[in-house]
Design a protein around this ligand. Structure first.
Ligand code: NCD
Length: 315
């Protein structure tokens, strides 16, 4: 045995962007969730952590929860937050995403939060920007902060995701929420199954390492988490099922069907919901429906993301 002192473990280079949960290991995901919980316990402690830094929300698609919660998260950390209204920006004059991002960069902005209809837009923005880019949803591909806030909500209610069974029901085909959640939930040790007709849950989703169920009864059996997706009518170029009524009949979730899952199963939905289609009104008010907790956790998870990318990590 040589007497050489033990070498410090090489530390991973700090991340500059959050483009996806892909590539984050269990410690990285859990660390962000831990930081979000600490911020929730004592939000005042970090009220000045990012003072003097600037965040711009660049949303090319509609949003309520994500945009507002990034804005609040930034302000609660002392940042200056501004929004570019894309509808009235030079995008209408044909300016490219790259040019828009460069223009924002020239104003000394530290962080761009980007939502875009095209998968891969965050990578283009990150290559054109010296600061930090956070993906707030790109096409049907990724929505990392939604997955993180969902995992935090499950952890709060079920004590963790290890060994838990999550059934994601509905329009997986068009859902960046489903894709990011499959990745994050599996990273934390959950088993994920997708439930829906072939037109909304194609067989090719099996490559994500999930189970696929066509029938709601078998899909709900043994589920700890019933995760409902919005039927994204605006993204469907063709009718992928005969009618909303038929969808509701086969896959719509209500308190009666919830009894098919585990007795203490929780219900989640990223919002906005189509009440009376994928989720019934009464279920939205149910004590085991966690939609408000998801929204509340969204602010703390986004604070944790901003702090870990832009500030000191020792919260
Ligand atoms: C989702 C989105 O935009 O990806 N909503 C959200 O961010 N909370 C899901 C949806 O639009 O259905």
């Amino acid at each position: 045995m040589s007497g050489a002192p033990p070498r410090d473990k090489p530390t991973a280079a700090p991340r500059r962007h959050l483009l996806g949960v892909e590539g984050m290991d269990r410690d990285a995901v859990s660390g962000l969730l831990d930081l979000a919980s600490r911020l929730r316990e004592n939000p005042e402690r970090r009220a000045d952590a990012l003072r003097g830094r600037t965040l711009v929300s660049l949303f090319y698609e509609k949003s309520t929860r994500t945009r507002l919660s990034f804005d609040l998260a930034a302000r609660r950390l002392g940042m200056d937050a501004a929004t570019l209204d894309v509808a009235t920006s030079s995008t209408g004059k044909g300016e490219s995403l790259r040019e828009t991002v460069r223009t924002i960069g020239a104003m000394g902005v530290d962080c761009i939060v980007l939502r875009h209809a095209s998968a891969g837009a965050p990578e283009i923005a990150a290559a054109a920007f010296d600061g930090t880019v956070v993906n707030a949803g790109d096409g049907a591909r990724r929505h990392p902060t939604q997955a993180l806030l969902d995992c935090l909500t499950i952890r709060d209610h079920l004590g963790g995701l290890e060994g838990k069974r999550v059934a994601i029901i509905g329009d997986c085909l068009h859902s960046r929420v489903a894709r990011s959640n499959i990745c994050a939930m599996k990273t934390l040790g959950a088993t994920v199954s997708l439930v829906g007709p072939r037109s909304l849950v194609p067989d090719s989703f099996a490559t994500f390492g999930v189970e696929i169920h066509r029938g709601i009864e078998e899909g709900l059996a043994g589920a700890d988490v019933v995760y409902l997706l919005r039927i994204q009518l605006e993204r469907q170029n063709e009718r992928l099922f005969p009618s909303l009524g038929e969808y509701r009949e086969r896959y719509g979730m209500d308190t009666r069907r919830l009894a098919l899952a585990k007795p203490d199963a929780v219900v989640m939905h990223p919002g906005p919901a189509n009440p009376g289609v994928e989720i019934d009104h009464a279920l939205m008010e149910h004590e085991r429906c966690l939609m408000s907790d998801q929204v509340r956790n969204g602010v703390f998870v986004r604070m944790a993301v901003l702090l870990s990318l832009l500030g000191e990590v020792d919260a």
